[in-house]
Design a protein around this ligand. Structure first.
Ligand code: BF8
Ligand code: SF4
Length: 634
């Protein structure tokens, strides 16, 4: 490794902490990636299968060795089955998260828990109308109980069409109907993937992939949308709010607690527990100046969006934050939590506290979360962290000063900022002040220089007057890079800059966590409906420059299936089947009006996206730049 570590991350705080890890011989994700190399070529191409005990099997990509598994499955079937299973795993993760939040809404409504309240009654009423529940004359609790009860059926088998699918523009819904991919019950689609990919069921790669697309739609227009909407009802619909980001949000003289994972239920009560005067007194009695909660990953995003909770970092920061020596506790719920955090914590005083029975970590303290005793558990955890403060080691390394950023751009907030209608945004796009809009979303992956993919692509897009909306770890990357303040409009092209300055908004809008990619779908549907066209006609694109997770595979698929061209920065494991590649990167255009591209270099990805957006502008009869004249860098 070089001395500077600049090749591993573009974030200054991360570079310093990676160097520190190296000096102290603390193993990180980058060391483990190096130890895994060369990774299995068959698996990387999607050509290995262990779906049954006649295997494991592999298909030789060079044609010299076996071309079929023991059962006779060829490369197309094996690649398609593996991809379908990845999509189902990602869709299931999002949807199970949605179910947990929905259960909490139900328990809140019935009074089984008093830890939460119905915060956004207006949204609850809008949901009631969508789900056919009469709102007139009902108290919020009664209404919430009925809406939650109806919503639970989204997961089952009585519905031919998910309720939220009605939010998609009419031509899109008709297309899904025609293709037989209208999402039905969320659990049904996911279980059906497992059924179809069992040996000897679906052995037609196109048929497998069509169902995989349907399953992803049950995430985007189903499970994830439930998670977003119900979280808004319980915790409030986000509105623009100031916040800060990077490891500098840790405070050396405070008890620091990191909230990591995806489900905001426990973190919400932690925030209230940390404000408890008795616990604050306890912290002072231990020599701390106060209690400082910080976010990581999407649990952090959920809280940053709603209360401006400072954001310590994204996926690849989760080990580094422990190495600051300033973290008394890391509270984890589920998803994207590396088991290695327990090992890193052994070198420091940090206590890793797992909280969901479905997500346990050997070596961590387990305090099972029960929404019925939410506040009590929150207080118990804060107290443990305070008691741990005197155990800090002598060396505390907080590597940077925090950066300002703005969050909270729900669709309601964006439309509100525009004066209650998408018209000003549509007008700005039509006039060419804004060329189009792109969702830059997804993870970090140690195979890509940390944050570089997100920030480089975002910079190039806004420079070219393309509005960027962000979620997940991409949002954290851009926030840390200073791209998410109103002042960052200076970095945008002249058209976008003028629009941002007139509205007082950043050129990069934080739309939330990964389940909140559904907010992007709703915004795209609103723009399409306003213009009376399908989503696929709009100058929009998606990008996941540093993705790693199965959830990202599901997201990318439902975004494409919703009609939005999507560029991936990391190769998915499909290149063992030219037929599958041709379908996903080309053929899908004729099926759903959008397709995938893979481009690891964000400079080149920006060109692909700009060409795509100009092509869509041309299609709509808007002023355009001839796509072929946009030059690809060397
Ligand atoms: O759901 S962006 S690394 S933290 S999977 Fe995970 Fe990827 Fe981050 Fe959030 Ni989303
Ligand atoms: Fe091999 Fe077929 Fe079994 Fe897969 S399902 S492990 S290809 S025999």
């Amino acid at each position: 490794m070089s001395d500077t570590f600049e090749h591993l991350s573009s974030a200054k705080d991360a570079q310093k902490m990676i160097r520190y890890a190296h000096e102290e011989h603390i193993e990180t994700v980058w060391d483990r990636l190096a130890a895994q190399e060369p990774q299995c070529g068959y698996c990387a191409l999607g050509l290995s299968c262990r779906n049954c005990a006649m295997g494991p099997c592999r298909v030789d990509p060079f044609g010299d060795g076996p071309q079929r598994g023991v059962c006779g499955a060829d490369a197309d079937v094996i690649v398609a089955r593996n991809l379908a299973r990845s999509i189902a795993a990602g869709a299931s993760a999002h949807s199970d998260h949605g179910r947990d939040i929905l259960e909490t809404l139900y328990q809140t409504a019935t009074g089984e828990t008093s830890a939460y309240k119905i915060t956004d009654v207006d949204k609850l009423k809008r949901l009631a109308a969508e789900f056919g529940v009469e709102a007139e004359g009902k108290e919020p609790a009664e209404l919430a109980r009925e809406v939650a009860w109806e919503m639970m059926e989204e997961f089952g088998m009585r519905k031919e069409e998910l309720t939220f699918a009605a939010r998609a523009p009419k031509p899109r819904r008709e297309l899904w109907e025609k293709l037989g991919i209208m999402p039905r019950g969320i659990d049904r689609e996911n279980v059906e993937v497992l059924h179809r990919t069992h040996m000897g069921v679906d052995n037609d790669y196109v048929n497998i992939l069509l169902h995989a697309v349907r399953t992803s739609l049950s995430d985007g227009w189903g499970g994830s949308m439930v998670a977003t909407e119900v979280s808004d009802v319980l915790f409030g619909t986000p509105a623009p709010i100031n916040s800060k980001a990077n490891l500098g949000v840790l405070k050396a003289d405070h008890v620091n607690i990191a909230l990591h994972g995806h489900n905001p239920m426990l973190s919400d009560v932690m925030v209230r527990a940390a404000q408890d005067p008795a616990l604050q007194d306890l912290a002072r009695s231990k020599g701390a100046a106060g209690i400082n909660l910080v976010g990581l990953c999407c649990t952090g995003n959920e809280l940053q969006m709603r209360i401006g909770l400072p954001m310590a970092g994204n996926h690849l920061i989760q080990e580094l934050v422990i190495m600051t020596g300033a973290l008394e506790a890391m509270l984890v719920d589920y998803q994207c939590i590396m088991p290695s955090v327990v090992d890193v914590a052994k070198c420091f005083h940090t206590e890793i506290i797992s909280t969901f029975d479905k997500a346990r970590f050997t070596g961590a303290t387990h305090i099972p979360f029960d929404p019925k005793r939410g506040i009590e558990i929150g207080q118990q955890i804060v107290r443990r962290a305070i008691e741990n403060f005197p155990n800090r080691g002598p060396r505390v390394v907080i590597p940077d000063e925090p950066v300002d950023m703005m969050a909270g751009f729900s669709v309601e907030a964006i439309v509100g900022a525009l004066g209650g209608t998408p018209k000003p945004l549509v007008d700005a796009i039509a006039a060419g002040h804004i060329r189009g809009a792109v969702g830059v979303v997804g993870c970090n992956n140690p195979k890509i220089k940390h944050d570089y993919g997100h920030t480089t692509l975002t910079r190039r897009l806004i420079e070219n007057d393309i509005l960027v909306v962000v979620t997940g770890c991409a949002a954290v990357a851009d926030g840390k890079a200073g791209l998410m303040t109103p002042a960052a409009a200076e970095m945008a092209g002249p058209g976008l800059k003028a629009v941002c300055q007139a509205l007082g908004i950043p050129p990069v809008l934080h739309m939330g966590s990964c389940v909140d990619n559904t907010r992007i779908l709703v915004l795209a549907a609103a723009l399409a409906d306003y213009l009376g066209v399908d989503i696929s006609a709009l100058p929009l694109a998606g990008a996941a420059p540093e993705w790693y997770s199965e959830k990202a595979v599901s997201i990318g698929t439902y975004v494409v299936a919703s009609g939005i061209y999507t560029v991936l920065g990391v190769q998915p494991a499909i290149f063992g089947s030219p037929n599958v590649v041709n379908l996903l990167a080309g053929g899908l255009n004729d099926v759903v009006g959008a397709a995938f591209a893979v481009e690891p270099d964000p400079e080149k990805a920006a060109v692909l996206i700009r060409r795509h957006i100009e092509g869509k502008r041309k299609g709509l009869g808007l002023p355009f730049v001839e796509p072929d004249t946009i030059v690809m860098p060397e």
